[in-house]
Design a protein around this ligand. Structure first.
Ligand code: G3D
Ligand code: MG
Length: 186
């Protein structure tokens, strides 16, 4: 008997780092998008055949950057993973990353599988080197929190513009979610 996994993932991160672009790039054709004005949230839903596992995958995304305070409870509720995005050409977005995880931790408690996504790598070559967030910095950040909080985590550098590493990020995240779900008592 084939089973279906129902997975909800939430996008986190500062404005304009590429959250919506990543969601759209990954979902491509065949996804249904819904906007909930009262929550200021968009979500896309898609049925995915993941190496024979059927996944009903929903990605929640803050529409613009509304007053997060008001929606946070609903936003996090029942999610199986987090996608924390920063831009490698926006140092503030990197510096603020930990605040998003802290916020999530406050609401969820023990963190679910998480992807830390360093986006806009296509812009690195044309950006003043001193303001670029390097791979080493990203990796160190990811390794440090993984060490501290001991939760399943994947770090990827992506471009939502070229599509580089987008598919790989979600493949890894889906894998972590399935592993976690299979461990859970039924
Ligand atoms: P957000 O949802 O995090 O707020 P968006 O971010 O997905 O709306 O992206 C903000 C802007 O960055 C958009 O440009 C988008 O096209 C651009 N962007 C997103 N990801 C990438 C990327 O990987 N590379 C490059 N070069 N640009 C990216 P506009 O001009 O529409 O505001
Ligand atoms: Mg957006």
């Amino acid at each position: 008997m084939e089973r279906t996994w129902y997975f909800k993932s939430v996008l986190l991160g500062e404005g304009a780092v590429g959250k919506t672009s990543i969601r759209r790039n990954y979902m491509r054709e065949g996804f249904k998008s819904t906007h909930i004005p009262t929550l200021g949230v968009d979500f896309s839903k898609k049925l995915i055949d993941f190496y024979g596992e059927i996944v009903q995958f929903i990605i929640w995304d803050l529409a613009g950057q509304p007053s997060f305070e008001r929606v946070r409870k609903h936003y996090y509720q029942g999610c199986q993973s987090l996608i924390l995005v920063y831009s490698v050409v926006d140092r503030d977005s990197f510096d603020n990353s930990l605040r998003w995880l802290t916020e999530a931790y406050k609401h969820i408690g023990e963190l679910p599988p998480t992807a830390i996504v360093a986006n806009k790598i296509d812009l690195r070559p044309s950006t003043e080197p001193s303001s670029v967030v390097t791979t080493q910095e990203g990796l160190k950040f990811a390794n440090d929190i993984k060490e501290k909080l001991k939760f399943p985590l994947v770090f990827k550098e992506t471009s939502a513009l070229t599509g580089e590493n987008i598919e790989e990020t979600f493949t890894e995240l889906l894998r972590l979610m399935i592993v976690r779900a299979e461990e859970a008592p039924t």
